[in-house]
Design a protein around this ligand. Structure first.
Ligand code: AMP
Ligand code: GLY
Length: 431
């Protein structure tokens, strides 16, 4: 089987690594890939993730049997529809379903139709009306640009002035371009967040174990949001025993609505949850694996991933084909200093092989390139050092011990990945 993975991050490195473990897979192509996917023995091809014509042409020319898009952009642009027209199986939702992630207003409307618990909200296309709403409601409020904004289009405003500023920035100064032509203004929810993902075959939603991301740049969830600074699975805030019930609450009703619209959802449906005192609330849907959640999740997966993906595409996913190690996996992201602001690229990285050689450790590359055989940084998030352990604390210790071996000038990582889960386990043990 020949597989084409689309994307260039840590998620895509993890996908390549897992796909290659299948005996059925002979070749993996990655468009455009990174230093880690190349080191994995996959073939990086310089086609951009938004070049749909180029991707279809590549898949055709290389007689690809399965396409696996990593990031949201090609999905929202309709890569699955295009591959389908070309008769090539693609593990991802079509353009219609991808609006779940591509438009927050679409996601809110379908959640309301499906009866999925979420924050109360109002949607505006007129800046004056949005500002009046903010003044009437008062802080705290959450202001979101409707469209894709690389995780940066959301402002959790503690003061009314901050919320007004966010509306002006998004709607009047067009900070996120057309993504901000509409804004969604929500009540501010309080609780611990969890990432809940399901494999979907159009009809069934089979949950993966829970995970937790760390979106803020600094320890203690301080500072601006990033793409994600580390993740682990399972997350004690959402135990495995709750997974089926959660899928029935936040995934199945959405699948039913989309199927009724004539667009069965195939791929990964990812619900970003806030676990509030009143119960779980969906903050957002993503239509793909999370990055960095994908790295620890795939470390735990014991299954033939391409077979599972093809079963999803063919509408016959069997939950029995999915197994996970009960061990915990935890990944720490190594970023370039300055990220999520400006940072340098091209910094040499050493020690990856030494870290990889440790038992239960895998270093996934997020933003790297190979230059004359040397791995160099090529993005803001550079590596995700991931480790398995028998407990969350042991997985954390193993990941941070592995990280000691990795050296890059001007790097930064959070030192508290997993701490919320460790604290929760301690509280529960003390009860
Ligand atoms: P989103 O892209 O919608 O998931 O929002 C990004 C981040 O903003 C989330 O991971 C939360 O940390 C925060 N957030 C989003 N919506 C809310 C809300 N209604 N209440 C509190 N925090 C939120
Ligand atoms: N880790 C959050 C995301 O991938 O959107």
């Amino acid at each position: 089987m020949r597989v084409l993975v689309i994307g260039s991050g840590g998620r895509e490195h993890a996908l390549v690594w897992k796909l290659k473990q299948s005996a059925a897979v002979t070749d993996v192509l990655v468009a455009p890939g990174n230093g880690g996917t190349a080191a994995e023995g996959a073939r990086n091809v310089p086609v951009k993730v938004d070049d749909l014509d180029g991707l279809v042409e590549l898949a055709r020319r290389e007689a690809v049997d399965l396409v696996v898009p990593g990031p949201e952009l090609p999905l929202t642009l309709g890569i699955t529809d295009r591959m389908r027209e070309a008769g090539i199986p693609c593990f991802g939702p079509d353009r219609y379903c991808a609006q779940l992630e591509g438009s927050k207003a679409f996601a809110k409307a379908i959640m309301q139709r499906a009866g999925v618990p979420t924050a109360d909200c109002a949607v505006f296309t007129d800046a004056e009306a949005a500002l009046a709403h903010v003044r009437a409601k008062g802080a705290p409020l959450v202001v979101k640009a409707d469209g894709l904004a690389a995780g940066k289009g959301v402002v959790v405003a503690r003061t009314t002035e901050e919320a007004l500023e966010a509306v002006r920035n998004i709607m009047c100064q067009h900070a996120f371009g057309a993504a901000g032509d509409r804004v969604v203004i929500e009540e501010c929810l309080v609780g611990e967040e969890a990432s809940f993902l399901c494999f979907c075959d159009g009809e069934k939603a089979v949950p993966l174990p829970s995970a937790q991301d760390h979106k803020a740049i600094y320890d203690g969830d301080q500072g601006p949001n990033t793409g994600g600074m580390g993740a682990y699975s399972p997350a004690p805030v959402l135990p495995d025993s709750e997974a089926r019930r959660m899928a029935d609450l936040v995934a199945l009703p959405i699948l039913r609505e989309l199927a009724r619209d004539g667009h069965p959802f195939v791929g990964i449906l990812y619900a970003g949850l806030m676990m509030t005192a009143q119960g779980p609330r969906v903050l957002e849907y993503n239509v793909r694996f999370g990055d960095p959640e994908c790295q620890p999740l795939l470390m735990r997966l014991e299954a033939d991933l391409p077979a599972v993906m093809l079963d999803c595409v063919n509408g016959r996913l069997d939950p029995a084909t999915l197994r996970y190690t009960p061990r915990t996996a935890l990944g720490v992201v190594v970023a370039a200093s300055g990220y999520p602001g400006t940072y340098s690229k091209g910094m040499p990285i050493t020690g990856i092989a030494e870290a990889d050689a440790l038992p239960g450790v895998k270093v996934f590359h997020s933003g790297t390139a190979l230059r004359d055989g040397q791995v160099v940084s090529d993005g803001g998030r550079v590596l995700c050092v991931t480790a398995l352990g028998d407990t969350l604390a042991l997985a954390r210790d193993a990941a941070y011990a592995a990280l000691e071996h990795v050296h890059m000038p001007d790097s930064y990582h959070r030192s508290d990945i997993g701490q919320k889960g460790i604290d929760r386990l301690a509280r529960e043990a003390g009860k």
